[in-house]
Design a binder for this molecule. Structure first.
Ligand code: NDP
Length: 452
């Protein structure tokens, strides 16, 4: 008999924690998992999944307009938010059930309660009692933060947006990252008057400048009232809506205000520091390449470590943890060349270095084309797409691939394989085009637009 209750105790039932628990249990480990909220975590309950369903819902007005341009007689009617929301939450309930079943079918014992770390091998359950484990895995994710300004307590975050009683007529979205831009586009598509304030010079800081420029232009053309170099100073609750003062001197009222001003790791009062785990400046759990913390028996994965905060990365980190700790095969997590998509309208798929990052490192050639895609152009839309490759002059490898287009998320998943394999520009060139598609442009760009 082991001296511990379990081989592994996982705190957090999101994508990373559930995967690690399940795979460890399937390998024969005795595993328990505690979740204080809903199973599935941010991705399933408050993030990727409900967001993507809202993206789909918000795109229909455009399709209906296009259908008319293609000769169909169709009329949109109105959007029934309560009926959509009911269906959305039914789907999230279904997915939560799937997660619970995956755990129980793998033999993981679950505790629907908050767990905190008492020491290197002990967790304390809020429902009472303690459990011991040879290893503890912290997978508690992140949480949205609001800036500290008057009235901010009244504002929404991405946590509440899926639960609104009714859709507002107008909303101010503060921020310029993934969440702010995605929700600006979603709500705009659903017919809400969207104003977005971003404090910097251009949205989506850190990504390729040309791609960011096109997305921001297209968002504005589609109706998002985007104000760059602008921030909120304070907000006041009125009988109906909120009065907002901003740095550009404006004082305006909005039905709702949403902050998408970043997320912080979920570590407060988790007992980690008391147990000897080291936390970084924003409360992120410090881990090595194997996701091991300063306490050898405690590991951490996913957003709580604030490495690359994406669901598939948390899942990879969970799998690498199991491989390292339970299969005797030390596996560092590979964080290089991660493809990602931002579900703005137009969508953005990206992998590797931006032009700006690449040219700071080495001499590069830039291949880029921007055009009106066939389907939308025929419908009389002005939408433009962008395909861009950053190529190393020395090795000819494609260092970055950036696509702004409908379906860019799907495209970058596949282009990402080539880039991850180290494909050269010449490998792209000798791949025959698939015609007529938008994506064919990625293999038909012959001349660089510039070298830098
Ligand atoms: P981000 O960190 O991406 O963006 C936060 C934004 O808020 C930035 O534009 C930032 O500005 C701004 N900001 C921060 N503090 C303030 C402040 N005090 N006042 C005004 N503006 C402020 O966070 P998100 O919340 O958008 O998303 C969190 C993470 O979740 C993402 O980084 C991503 O990893 C993940 N995610 C992934 C998605 C996907 O895969 N499609 C979708 C949604 C989220 P500045 O640029 O100046 O710092």
């Amino acid at each position: 008999m082991s001296e511990f209750d379990y081989d592994l105790f996982v705190i957090g039932g999101g994508s990373g924690g559930v995967r690690a628990a399940r795979v460890a249990a399937q390998g024969g480990a005795r595993v328990a998992l505690a979740e204080e909220d809903r199973y599935g975590g941010t991705c399933v309950q408050r993030g990727c999944v409900p967001k993507k369903l809202m993206v789909f819902a918000s795109e229909y007005p455009g399709y209906i307009e296009d259908a008319r341009a293609y000769g169909w007689t169709v009329n949109a009617g109105g959007f029934d938010w309560p009926s959509f929301r009911t269906k959305l939450h039914a789907e999230l309930d279904r997915l939560e059930g799937v997660y619970r079943r995956l755990l129980s079918n793998s033999g993981v014992e679950t505790f629907d309660t908050r767990a905190t770390v008492a020491d290197a091998h002990t967790v304390e359950l809020a429902s009472g009692g303690t459990k011991t484990a040879k290893h503890i895995l912290v997978a508690t994710g992140g949480w949205p933060v609001k800036p500290d300004l008057p009235g901010a307590e009244h504002a929404l975050t991405s946590n509440e947006i899926f639960h609104l009683e009714e859709l507002p007529k107008s909303i101010l979205i503060v921020g310029g990252g993934y969440i702010a831009c995605e929700f600006a586009c979603i709500l705009n598509g659903l017919g809400v008057q969207v104003t977005q304030y971003y404090r910097g010079a251009q949205i989506l800081r850190g990504f390729d400048a040309e791609a960011r420029g096109l997305i921001s232009e297209e968002m504005m053309r589609n109706g998002v009232d985007l104000h760059l170099g602008t921030n909120i100073i304070e907000m006041e609750k009125l009988d109906h809506g909120f009065r907002v003062k901003s740095t550009n001197g404006d004082e305006r009222t909005f039905d709702q205000v949403m902050f998408a001003t970043g997320r912080v790791p979920n570590t407060p009062e988790l007992g980690l520091e008391r147990a000897g785990v080291k936390l970084g400046a924003n409360g992120a759990v410090e881990v090595d390449e194997y996701s091991q913390t300063a306490v050898p028996s405690i590991y951490a994965i996913g957003d709580v470590t604030d490495r690359v905060n994406l669901t598939p990365v948390a899942i990879r980190e969970g799998m690498a943890f199991v491989e390292t700790v339970f299969n005797g095969n030390p596996t560092p997590v590979d964080h290089a060349l991660i493809p990602t998509a931002i579900f703005t309208q137009p969508e953005f798929g990206t992998i590797g270095l931006s032009e700006e990052e690449a040219r700071d490192r080495e001499e590069v050639e830039v291949y880029c084309t921007s055009f009106k895609p066939m389907q939308e152009a025929f419908a009389g839309r002005e939408d433009r797409v962008l395909m861009k490759l950053i190529v190393s002059c020395e090795t000819r490898k494609v260092l970055g691939c950036h696509i702004v287009a409908p379906g860019a998320g799907e495209m970058i998943q596949l282009a990402g394989i080539a880039v991850k394999m180290g494909a050269t520009k010449e490998d792209f060139d000798r791949t025959v085009a698939v015609h007529p598609t938008m994506a064919e442009e990625i293999v038909t760009m012959r001349e660089p637009v510039r070298s830098a």
